[in-house]
Design a protein around this ligand. Structure first.
Ligand SMILES: Nc1nc2c(ncn2[C@@H]2O[C@@H]3COP(=O)(O)O[C@H]4[C@@H](O)[C@H](n5cnc6c(=O)[nH]c(N)nc65)O[C@@H]4COP(=O)(O)O[C@H]3[C@H]2O)c(=O)[nH]1
Length: 855
């Protein structure tokens, strides 16, 4: 290395030492601890001149008693043994004051490795320490205040790290101070809040403002509170933001009061419907506790559950609970209502209380449920309030939840009791206490509505006035309680028979009124007849079998009046006429209607007699195989000749038989008679291949029909294939559950089914898949138009196509002329019937025809 370079390096070293010399205090002690060297800074730090300091023992710089301590002895012994020491030391200045040094003591060795001297390098940290002490003191004083507070207090530093929590905090949230020191308060207590919230919060504090809000916070075990949170920034001595003191006060109760009670009571005050109020409660609860689903059920006097609200659960869940009876093992709610106390189920999958309802709650992912019953003023359980959770839970009944439940059950019982009271008031005001039917005022109100609607839609409406015959006698002979029981039974029977849109009411005593909307005179007659028959059925009152009759007056809207008052008055007058003519009868107010009704009644009686006396008969119309001209079968058609009125067409007496309940009997008669006739012809050597009998849908209600058919066939030694039953598409409208079953059984017997009037009813043909028919009858309206109407030809062709593709025989009805016959033949129709071949004829008249054609 060049001399010049060395000189430069030396100069640099000296410059560094010089710099060190200026910033650090440095001193050299010999092995006896005597100060041998010290720089200016050292001397200045301790307040000595060089002359005063050099030669002083190290102990001279120690504070009182320091040098005598064992610790000090160890310190020097360590240095002399060759160890170094660094750390914070307190030293005494010449004027007796103390100072704090960040110092390092390093032994310097001679060539033999012995400690020759101790080098000390130090800097003065008194000021910093003083500052820190002041801060500690500041914090201590803050915490003294905080500890005295009942509320939870959190002190965090400027980095938002917790530096202190008071005992109130531990009490409320369950954490001990060491568990939370260094954590961020917002992330710890309200982890649900977004990061941006914490940033905004801090921005407020940084600006020197107190920040406050109401928030849901949770503790160590997940317990939740609604807390009022107020944070105050506290500045240090330098004026900068140093701490944040946050005060958290539990306002759960007040908040629930505000959030729940306030809104719910307001809704109730505004007369919102019960279900809406209950849904509001549930939704508020779910807002307060977002991981819960609330549900409210009503428990009626019979102990049956009725869902009122559970907006967080699918409809089908609630609807499946409808009508469920409470009991010792009916989920959480049914059991809570049964036990009259809260039921907490933390694991619905395994709890025996839910064993029977797994299929119900599992698809919803529900895991825990806590249900609490609520009561009315008399102590009856009127409902349950429940929380569901999609997590297994053992603490759904924490104090927070308990407070929620307390608030909710209170509100629920208030709302429900109010509703029940209102219902009772309505019931008393508008319903007859004895029968439960609408009283005069409600009857009038509803009737007015029905009349207004009838007027709008230009429909008719009937008002029936019913008065029980000899009611007074029942009352007098059996006593009033028996009379009451009779009236109740009458009301029950009336309600049973009426449509949902009909209105029944009790005016007074034994007077009942029925309003039938959308009803013409014929429908009114039918209804009255049914009601009279129903009331006449024997009833058991006070251990006595009674049969009661009612006289009925009928007034029609709009013919007899346009207002309820008028209609009622006229129906009443008509009732008096009925009663004075014959008890148990009915009368219309209008003479014309009376005449028609009486005629109909007379016709009905005559038909009943004709059936009973066997004065109905069957005519037969041949059905021809078009390709060969051979007989395919005959259709039996009922005929009735009234002694005075002459022949009555089936289009009149068949519907009458339907209405007055004679149709089933008529069907049975036709079946037996047709079988008898077929067998008679065969016995005469007339080989008629088969007979078709028309049966109305009502005939299939009778589950005995297959047996009736079997016995008719057997009696005349016929095969099932000798018989065809003609049914109409209206059988599809029949809602009686037996109908389809009976049809299937009849078909299984081997009896053929034919679809009559095909093409005039449903536009959907899909029913052909459901009905096991083997024959279609093309309605005669298509045949009538065949010649002139291309569309009719296309339709008859299409119907034939349908029949062929389903392998059904298609029979064309109403063939009246050659041209129609030719067209049908050309289209490929296999069978036809109509006046062209023969009118329906009585058996004796058909026989020559048969002889001629069968030959
Ligand atoms: N214009 C015209 N008409 C023809 C011709 N060929 C036959 N007809 C008539 O067409 C009707 C065919 O019977 P439906 O469609 O079953 O219609 C029947 C059937 O639905 C019903 N009916 C008749 N007898 C009975 C029965 O014993 N029981 C049931 N439930 N209904 C029956 O009464 C309806 C009417 O019977 P009917 O008056 O006997 O009328 C019969 C028959 O006389 C023709 O070439 N031209």
């Amino acid at each position: 290395m060049l001399e010049a370079e060395k000189a430069v390096q030396e100069a640099q070293r000296l410059a560094q030492l010089d710099a060190l010399d200026r910033v650090m205090a440095m001193a050299e002690f010999d092995t006896d601890g005597v100060l041998r060297q010290a720089n200016e800074r050292y001397l200045a730090l301790l307040g000595y001149s060089r002359e005063q300091a050099l030669g002083l023992p190290h102990q001279a710089f120690c504070t009182d008693g320091q040098a005598e301590r064992e610790e000090y002895q160890r310190f020097w012994a360590g240095l002399l043994a060759g160890g170094s020491h660094s750390g914070l030391v307190e030293r005494r200045r010449r004027d007796g004051s103390s100072c704090w040094l960040e110092a390092s003591y390093t032994p310097v060795f001679d060539a033999q490795g012995r400690v020759q001297q101790v080098l000390k390098v130090a800097s003065d940290v008194s000021e910093r320490l003083q500052h820190e002490r002041e801060q500690q003191e500041h914090l201590r004083r803050l915490s003294l205040v905080a500890d005295a507070s009942d509320a939870a207090v959190v002190i965090s530093d400027a980095e938002s790290r917790i530096v202190y929590v008071n005992t109130g905090f531990s009490r409320m949230f369950g954490w001990t101070p060491p568990e939370v020191l260094g954590r961020e308060p917002i992330a710890l207590l309200a982890p649900q809040l977004p990061q941006t919230f914490a940033e905004d919060y801090r921005a407020g504090l940084r600006a020197g403002r107190a920040v406050g809000r109401e928030e849901i916070v949770s503790g160590r075990e997940g317990q939740r509170y609604w807390a009022k949170v107020i944070s105050n920034p506290v500045a240090g001595p330098d004026g900068a933001w140093q701490y944040t003191v946050t005060l958290l006060t539990d306002i759960t109760r007040a908040k629930m009061h505000e959030a729940l009670q306030h809104r719910v009571l307001e809704a109730m005050a505004r007369e919102r419907p019960l279900v809406e109020v209950m849904e509001l409660i549930c939704r508020e609860v779910e807002r307060i506790a977002p991981d819960l689903i609330a549900s409210i059920l009503e428990v009626d006097e019979q102990g049956l559950l009725h869902p009122l609200a559970a907006p967080g659960l699918p409809m089908e869940y609630s609807s499946k609970l409808e009508g469920l009876a409470i009991g010792p093992q009916v989920g959480s709610c049914g059991t809570a209502a049964w036990r009259r106390e809260s039921v907490m189920v933390g694991d619905m999958d395994h709890d025996p209380l839910w064993a029977d309802y797994r299929a119900l709650f599992q698809p919803q992912g529900l895991k825990a449920c806590w249900s609490t019953p609520f009561f009315n003023g008399e102590g009856r359980v009127i409902g349950t309030f429940a929380f569901y959770s999609r997590r297994k839970h053992s603490d759904l009944n924490s104090p927070f939840h308990q407070q929620l439940v307390d608030a909710c059950t209170h509100l629920c019982s208030l709302a429900l009791e109010r509703e029940l009271a209102r219902k009772r008031i309505r019931q008393l005001a508008f319903y007859d206490g004895l029968t439960g039917l609408p009283n005069r005022s409600l009857l009038h109100a509803r009737a007015d509505q029905a009349i207004a609607s009838a007027a709008r839609n230009e429909e008719q409406l009937a008002v029936l006035f019913l008065d029980l015959d000899r009611f007074k006698q029942v009352n007098d002979s059996l006593g009033h309680p028996a009379g009451d029981a009779l009236l109740r039974e009458v009301a029950k029977r009336l309600q049973h028979e009426l449509r949902a849109s009909d209105i029944a009411g009790r005016l007074s005593g034994d007077e009942f009124v029925v309003v039938l909307p959308q009803c013409d005179a014929e429908h009114a007659t039918n209804t009255v007849e049914r009601l009279q028959a129903l009331l006449a059925a024997p009833m058991s009152i006070a251990d006595t079998r009674l049969s009661i009759s009612a006289s009925v007056g009928i007034a029609m809207f709009p013919g007899d009046g346009r207002e309820m008052e008028t209609l009622l008055q006229r129906a009443d007058m008509a009732m008096y006429q009925a009663k004075s003519a014959e008890r148990g009868s009915f009368r219309f107010f209008s003479a014309e209607m009376n005449r028609m009704a009486q005629e109909r009644l007379a016709l009905e009686t005559a038909l009943r007699e004709a059936l009973a006396q066997g004065s109905l008969c069957l005519h037969y119309q041949p059905q021809i195989e078009l390709a060969t001209g051979r007989l395919y079968g005959v259709e039996a058609l009922a005929r009735w000749t009234h002694a005075a009125l002459g022949p009555i067409p089936p289009t009149r007496f068949i519907p009458l038989a339907e209405e007055c309940g004679l149709i089933a009997e008529l069907g049975r008669w036709a079946l037996r008679e047709a079988c008898r006739q077929l067998a008679a012809w065969r016995a005469q050597g007339l080989n008629v291949p088969a007979v078709s009998v028309n049966l109305s849908p009502t005939a299939f209600h009778n589950l005995e029909l297959p047996n009736i058919i079997a016995s008719a066939l057997e009696r005349h030694a016929l095969q099932a294939s000798d018989l065809t039953l003609e049914i109409t598409e209206s059988v599809l409208l029949d809602t009686n559950p037996s109908t389809m079953k009976t049809i299937a059984e009849v078909q299984a017997q081997g009896v053929r089914l034919s679809m009559d009037d095909f093409g005039t009813g449903y536009s959907s043909l899909s029913y052909l898949r459901r009905l096991p028919v083997s024959e279609l009858k093309l309605d005669r309206i298509f045949v009538a138009d065949l010649e002139g109407d291309e569309m009719a030809r296309a339709l008859s062709n299409a119907i034939l196509g349908i029949g062929k593709s389903l392998q059904l025989t298609v029979v064309a009805e109403g063939v009246e002329n050659e041209q129609q016959n030719r067209l049908l033949r050309e289209q490929g129709y296999p069978v036809a019937q109509g006046y062209l071949f023969s009118k329906p004829l009585p058996p004796q008249d058909l026989e020559p025809w048969l002889r001629q054609h069968l030959g």
